[in-house]
Design a protein around this ligand. Structure first.
Ligand code: NOJ
Length: 722
């Protein structure tokens, strides 16, 4: 099947082998212009579909839908397309399956904190199966935008700030959704989004302008997309942002030159929602006709939601202002993907197989994913709480908030099926007296409930303070100018902490939060993200020591907003900070250091690294070596460590980052156990985008670091001979 897919997507249309893409060619020959443009139209609908979509499908004027769900509703549209339309071309049904469908996994930023691509792949696999059972065949995921600004609410949807980790997880999502045979039942087409640069929105304000040099695009923003493509992603989504003055949804350079010509992408590109029409607001198109022409000719094949292709391309083609060949190429791309998905052979969903509530296996998988996503930011020994505690207080506005556990883009996830932190604590300690106090609202509100919350804390042997953001405070259109603990939550925390009881703060949030005061005062701080359906159970597993939190941050937590953008792979500058030297790169009123760096995360046990070796330690340009390091669990409990490998090039023709992640491995070790992990280093890891915008490896010395965080660790030197 891999071969069929490869043929479908790789063969030039004219050279398509019979049976592989030939159907697309033969259909194209018989299509009217209206039918062709129909294939390029994606329309959003109410969940239940509706008469307009059915009619358009019957007329051959609907290529795809989004947001309609359920086998019955989708089959009604499909029947119109396959049984009533002239050419019987099936419709492709899409939806945002971002971190689960009915079973909700942690938000992608949380899943990324697991540093476990296999876990992410399994999560995507289950999500695909559940969504497929509801009739869906395409997800608008993974979002592989590198993001370095916690104000941007969509950091929740991605893997964080690092391109190497982002690429590894991009591959995992695509493999999980599509498998090696996207025509098999239970698979979805993946969509790498948002192509490209969307994560660099100025000021962290969603949809805002981006300015990114070609080198930074190639070095930082492109790699996760390339990884998604190499893993077989059948579709890409063009982004909302303008990039160096050219909107991403009419950007010939990124769409046609890089994605298609340079990388050889043979799937199709769908615009983001209304992004074709938004070319007018961007100020690059005078009207709908110009917007349609610009987008299509720049390489946007399918139009999401707006209807400008259908409205204007007939006249534009007739007038010779858009070549028919351009329309045909877009249609062929769409048809080939439909073929690769097996839609012609199996257009219908099984109406008896709808996704039900998560079963025990799905829950176990979601719980494991949530546990592995937890990041223990701070612990003075308060955690884990002994399971013998008799009186527990669960305090805070998010203590029993199912929506905050599920987060944004929750698919078909239901509040009623989610385990809140309170539920999880109760289930973990059936014999204990559990008191609950909300204290304050997430945002706004008064301090009236704080005294009762403090009283509850005073009476408890263990206090769990659940703070953070509500489920809708991150995700799309949810930027925050003050990405800190909202409302009166810090006041609540201070009052509760003042009681001096053993207290752990559990954070539920969709972005790094700027919480220096809380981090200074709280004895223990557990970052749980928005952990999904089984979030409460997973948090309780960690709080009471049934599980060891072993996740690591994939986005820096700043100390102050004024430091943003703050990311570990920054440049050194010509005047790196030097204490006591005024004219070095620094702030007068804040340190350069983050609150918690990229790669940070504690465990209930301790680990030590030794014997970082490079074999060989001298290579020729273009050669390969292997770095290996031994990690030992030096504590008394079993636990996980994420061994991280970073490089720093010295004397390079382009200023190098102070460190750049080029390898990682999460290992589970029993007390006293050791493991040696190895990382291959070749041209891919040792190279960079040179002055000519091309990948290059230069001779010189490369510093190699093995560490458990982006700071510190062991160092070895690699010499690359000319
Ligand atoms: C807009 C979002 O930017 C995109 O990520 C999503 O896939 C589409 N809407 C469809 O819901």
């Amino acid at each position: 099947m891999r071969t069929l897919l490869a043929l479908l997507l790789a063969a030039a249309p004219a050279a398509a082998a019979p049976g592989a893409g030939a159907r697309a060619e033969s259909l194209l020959r018989r299509m009217t212009l209206s039918e062709k443009l129909g294939q390029l139209q994606q329309l959003g609908g109410p969940v239940g579909g509706g008469p307009e979509l059915v009619e358009l499908a019957a007329e051959g004027r609907l290529g795809s839908t989004l947001n309609v769900r359920g086998a019955k509703a989708l089959n009604a549209i499909q029947r119109a397309a396959v049984e009533r339309s002239r050419l019987k071309i099936p419709v492709l049904f899409g939806f945002d399956v971002i971190h689960g469908y009915r079973t909700v996994f942690p938000i992608p930023l949380g899943l990324a904190s697991s540093w476990d691509p296999a876990l992410v792949e399994r999560a995507a696999r289950l999500s695909a199966r559940e969504a497929y059972a509801d009739g869906l065949r395409w997800t608008f995921s993974p979002m592989v935008d590198v993001a370095r600004d916690p104000r941007w609410g969509r950091v929740a949807e991605g893997a964080g700030e690092d391109p190497f980790l982002g690429a590894a997880l991009a591959r995992a999502y695509v493999r999980g959704y599509q498998t090696s045979d996207p025509s098999a039942p239970g698979t979805l087409a993946a969509c790498a989004k948002h192509w490209v640069g969307y994560g660099a929105a100025e000021g962290g304000r969603d949809y805002n302008t981006t300015e990114i040099s070609e080198r930074t695009l190639r070095q930082v923003y492109f790699p996760p997309f390339k990884a998604a493509l190499d893993a077989g992603a059948l579709t890409f989504m063009s982004a909302f942002n303008d990039l160096d003055g050219v909107p991403a949804s009419e950007n010939r350079f990124t769409l046609n030159e890089v994605l298609r010509r340079e990388w050889g992408f043979r799937g199709f590109v769908v615009s983001d929602w209304d992004a074709v029409a938004q070319l007018i607001a961007h100020g690059v198109a005078a009207d709908g006709a110009q917007a349609a022409r610009e987008a299509l000719t720049a390489g946007v094949d399918m139009e999401m939601d707006s209807r400008l292709y259908g409205a204007h391309l007939p006249a534009l083609v007739k007038a010779g202002r858009v070549p028919l060949r351009t329309v045909d190429e877009a249609v062929l791309r769409v048809l080939r993907v439909k073929e690769a998905l097996g839609l012609f052979a199996h257009p219908y969903a099984d109406e008896t197989a709808a996704a039900g509530p998560p079963d025990a296996a799905a829950r176990a998988q979601a719980r494991e994913a949530a546990v592995r996503s937890l990041v223990l930011l701070k612990n003075d020994g308060t955690l884990p709480f002994p399971k013998t505690v008799r009186r527990v207080a669960v305090i805070g506005p998010l203590a029993d908030d199912a929506a905050a556990v599920l987060g944004s883009w929750r698919g078909d996830g239901r509040d009623s099926e989610a385990v809140t932190i309170l539920d999880g604590v109760r289930a973990a300690l059936p014999g204990a007296a559990v008191s609950v106090a909300t204290g304050v609202a997430v945002t706004g509100g008064t301090d009236a409930g704080i005294a009762a919350a403090a009283a509850a804390a005073k009476d408890a042997d263990a206090v769990i303070l659940v703070l953070g953001e509500s489920g809708d405070m991150s995700g799309e259109a949810s930027s925050r100018a003050h990405p800190d603990l909202p409302g009166r939550q810090l006041v609540l925390a201070e009052a509760v902490l003042a009681e001096g009881r053993p207290t752990a703060v559990v954070l539920l949030n969709g972005r790094p939060l700027i919480v220096p005061e809380l981090a200074a005062r709280a004895p223990a701080l557990l970052e749980a993200w928005q952990p999904g359906t089984e979030g409460g159970d997973a948090v309780a597993d960690a709080l009471f020591g049934d599980a060891d939190p072993g996740g690591k941050l994939t986005m820096t937590f700043p100390r102050a907003l004024g430091q943003v953008p703050l990311y570990y792979d920054h440049k050194n500058t010509g005047r790196p900070f030097e204490a006591g030297n005024h004219y070095t790169s620094k702030y007068l009123d804040e340190s350069n250091d983050p609150l918690f760096p990229f790669g940070w995360g504690l465990s209930y046990t301790t680990f030590a690294l030794r014997d970082l070796r490079l074999a060989p330690a001298r290579i020729r340009r273009g050669g390969r070596t292997t770095a290996s390091v031994t990690v030992t669990n030096t504590g008394a409990r079993a636990g996980d460590e994420v061994v991280q490998l970073y490089l720093h090039r010295t004397a390079s023709s382009v200023t190098p980052p102070v460190r750049q992640l080029e390898g990682f491995s999460r290992v589970s070790l029993k007390p006293g156990e050791s493991r040696t992990v190895s990382f291959p280093l070749g041209p891919k890891e040792l190279g960079f985008v040179g002055v000519d915008e091309k990948w290059t490896v230069e001779p010189g010395r490369v510093e190699v670091f093995a560490s458990t965080c982006s700071v510190g660790g062991l160092e070895a030197g690699l010499s690359v001979a000319p």
